[in-house]
Design a protein around this ligand. Structure first.
Ligand code: AMP
Length: 631
């Protein structure tokens, strides 16, 4: 039996021993008394009684041996800034930020909402929050006021941290007015807002008594040190919102000890980055990949992390490879969409830089197509490791694990279950395990391993009902993805079972976009579907029924309304969710019980057969979709 197979079996059969060994990779202020408490399924408590702190493990414990080593290297091709922080310098920044938060009354268990561009202060804020035992909720800077307000009302933060602006493709994107609007819309706005003024937009107004300038308040806490708050392993470290099938995003809650152990072990077992080596993850701190592999895992491991603000093609398409060359990056982690963007550029840009330090390129977030995988692997001369996971799990579910065994990879497959995950493919109707090459729903037999979500913030019931109720009578975690497994045990992920779409590696709920479209007063009804796209994987397309048909009767009227709908989505959710096209129809295809036939609409939009239509109420609705697509 291969080393991987034997280790995977042991990780499930002798769970305690497996995780006890990995738990020794981090510091515990008080040792745990039990590896796993699973007395209240599906709620798993890992490392029961152990007290630790994420910030201590990410910074303090490295100071004696790595104080002068780079911890965080910040590079912005937008503002042409670069700054490197050693572990000692990062410690000073984080302690000072922790002192600021404490001075504003933030205590253990309180929430801090971070709505920031990719700048080092965002990392200071995250680490400072967990240092004092508070809980951060980072909201992606591309989300609009209404989305931000929903998340504020769910997390009820005491303090918010933001900046005057982000920057994209050389253009400043002002944040402050979005924040002001979100705070106006929110029922539970925070009392204090810390603003990092990058001076990217002129005259950012301040609300007296609420808004605080970061530089000014930081000066008051220069040199401050703040002790770590020791948390019981299951106490929450952060909340990260993710889209699902309802319009209301779910707050994925993460623990402290389990997350620290799982991530640190993943650096050795999966990502093959040793302490002292450099990892470059190109995501954003607003997403789970950014939380886990820009911020926490590299620092927990005593490695160096690179934080990059900017596009992969500015100032030229060699910018990432220059970073790899300059910083001798060992492991890079990116997304298939980013690589597809680079694939369209002159390959000469890649050859200009010495990328010989690279050992692996990990790609995740969306299906990886074969041409993209082959192109980048050939161009870089390193293996590409496709890995599959979700916001909920916090680290990979399926991946090759070269730190355990360098198993051969098959293009198009994220290889095998990661050690600790008991993955099952179940038949959608019968719930029985499917055979080789048969399609099933990708499920995880609980308990979920350390590092995975422990509940939905503030809503244990929703955690159970959403994730563990797919098959009646069988408590198994659903990923809501379809997959197959071939005869050699390799998995192939085929897409979502629910109404979630994946745009450039970002998850969006079609219901959420529909609600945003309906915020336009002229729209009666709408269906949003994800349609295959060569660059972004999928793009959202809307089919809408106008309240007043005459408003969209002519080409000019339809174009005007379509633009207005797109602007409404920008305002409600953010440009990331903007439909690529809005088509107007007289009615939408529904079942006789009134359920939207989304899959049929999607099939038509992708030029496929609409499938089983026995339940359709009015077949004319499909003709309208066909017509809209061709006009
Ligand atoms: P998110 O929680 O936003 O990271 O999105 C997770 C979803 O992205 C998964 O449920 C999958 O549908 C998709 N996904 C992530 N990684 C992969 C991958 N390597 N291959 C195929 N789909 C993926």
């Amino acid at each position: 039996m291969s080393n991987y197979a034997a280790t995977h079996i042991r990780s499930l059969a002798d769970r305690d021993a497996f995780w006890r060994e990995r738990a020794s990779l981090i510091d515990w202020q008080t040792p745990f008394s039990q590896v796993l408490d699973y007395s209240r399924p599906p709620f798993a408590r890992w490392f029961v009684g152990g007290r630790s702190n994420l910030c201590h493990n990410a910074i303090d414990r490295h100071l004696a041996t790595r104080g002068d080593q780079a911890a965080l290297i910040f590079i912005s091709s937008e503002t042409d800034a670069r700054k490197s922080y050693t572990y000692r310098e990062l410690s000073a920044e984080v302690n000072r930020f922790a002192a600021i938060l404490r001075s504003l009354g933030v205590a253990r268990g309180d929430r801090v909402l971070i709505y920031m561009p990719m700048i080092p202060e965002a990392v200071f804020a995250m680490l400072a929050t967990v240092r004092i035992g508070a809980i951060h909720s980072v909201v992606f800077g591309g989300f609009a006021s209404a989305s931000l307000a929903t998340r504020i009302d769910d997390a009820k933060p005491k303090v918010m941290v933001t900046a005057d602006a982000g920057m994209r493709a050389g253009k400043a994107i002002a944040y402050k007015h979005l924040v002001d609007e979100a705070l106006r819309l929110a029922a539970h706005p925070p009392k204090k807002v810390i603003i990092v003024d990058r001076k990217l937009v002129p005259g950012t107004d301040r609300v007296a008594g609420r808004d605080l300038d970061y530089v000014a308040i930081a000066a008051e806490h220069e040199g401050a040190t703040v002790p770590c708050e020791w948390l019981e392993s299951s106490e929450a470290s952060y909340i990260l919102y993710t889209s699902g099938t309802t319009g209301h995003p779910k707050g994925v809650q993460r623990d402290t000890g389990g997350y620290a152990v799982a991530l640190t072990a993943s650096m050795r077992d999966i990502f093959c980055v040793a302490p002292g080596e450099t990892m470059f993850t190109t995501s954003d701190i607003g997403w789970v990949v950014g939380h886990s592999y820009i911020v926490y895992a590299p620092l927990l491991n005593g490695s160096t992390t690179i934080m990059y603000e900017g596009l992969p093609i500015r100032p030229d398409p060699g910018v990432w490879w220059k970073i790899v060359a300059d910083h001798r990056v060992k492991t890079m982690f990116s997304s298939p969409t980013a690589i597809r963007v680079l694939k369209k550029q002159d390959p000469g840009f890649m050859r200009k830089h010495d990328v010989s330090s690279l050992r692996y390129l990990f790609l995740a977030g969306e299906p990886l197509d074969e041409p993209t995988s082959r192109w980048v692997s050939d161009a870089l001369g390193v293996p590409v490791v496709d890995n599959y996971w979700q916001t909920e799990t916090g680290w990979p579910i399926l991946s090759a694990q070269p730190g355990i065994e360098d198993t051969p990879r098959k293009v198009g497959s994220p290889s095998f279950p990661v050690c600790g995950y008991d993955v099952k493919l179940l038949h959608e109707a019968t719930g029985a395990e499917v055979g080789a090459d048969e399609k099933g729903v990708l499920m995880i037999e609980p308990p979920l391993p350390p590092g995975c979500m422990t509940t939905v913030w503030g809503d244990d019931r929703r955690f159970v009902d959403t994730y563990f109720s797919t098959f009646p009578g069988r408590m198994a975690y659903s990923t809501f993805d379809w997959a197959t497994r071939d005869r050699d045990g390799y998995y192939f992920v085929l897409g979502r079972t629910d109404d979630v779409i994946n745009v450039a590696g970002h998850r969006l709920g079609t219901r959420e976009i529909e609600e945003a479209v309906q915020a336009h007063p002229g729209i009666a009804e709408v269906a949003v579907v994800g349609v295959a796209d060569a660059l972004k994987g999928q793009i959202p397309i809307a089919f809408a029924v106008a309240k007043d048909a005459s408003a969209v009767a002519g080409a000019a009227g339809a174009a005007r309304m379509s633009r207005e709908v797109m602007d409404t989505v920008d305002r409600e959710l953010g440009a990331i969710a903007r439909p690529a096209a809005v088509h107007f129809v007289g009615l939408l295809p529904k079942t006789r019980s009134g359920k939207l036939l989304r899959r049929s609409i999607q099939a038509l939009a992708e030029g496929r057969d609409p499938g089983d239509l026995t339940t359709i109420e009015d077949p004319a609705a499909l003709d309208q979709i066909r017509q809209a697509l061709t006009s």
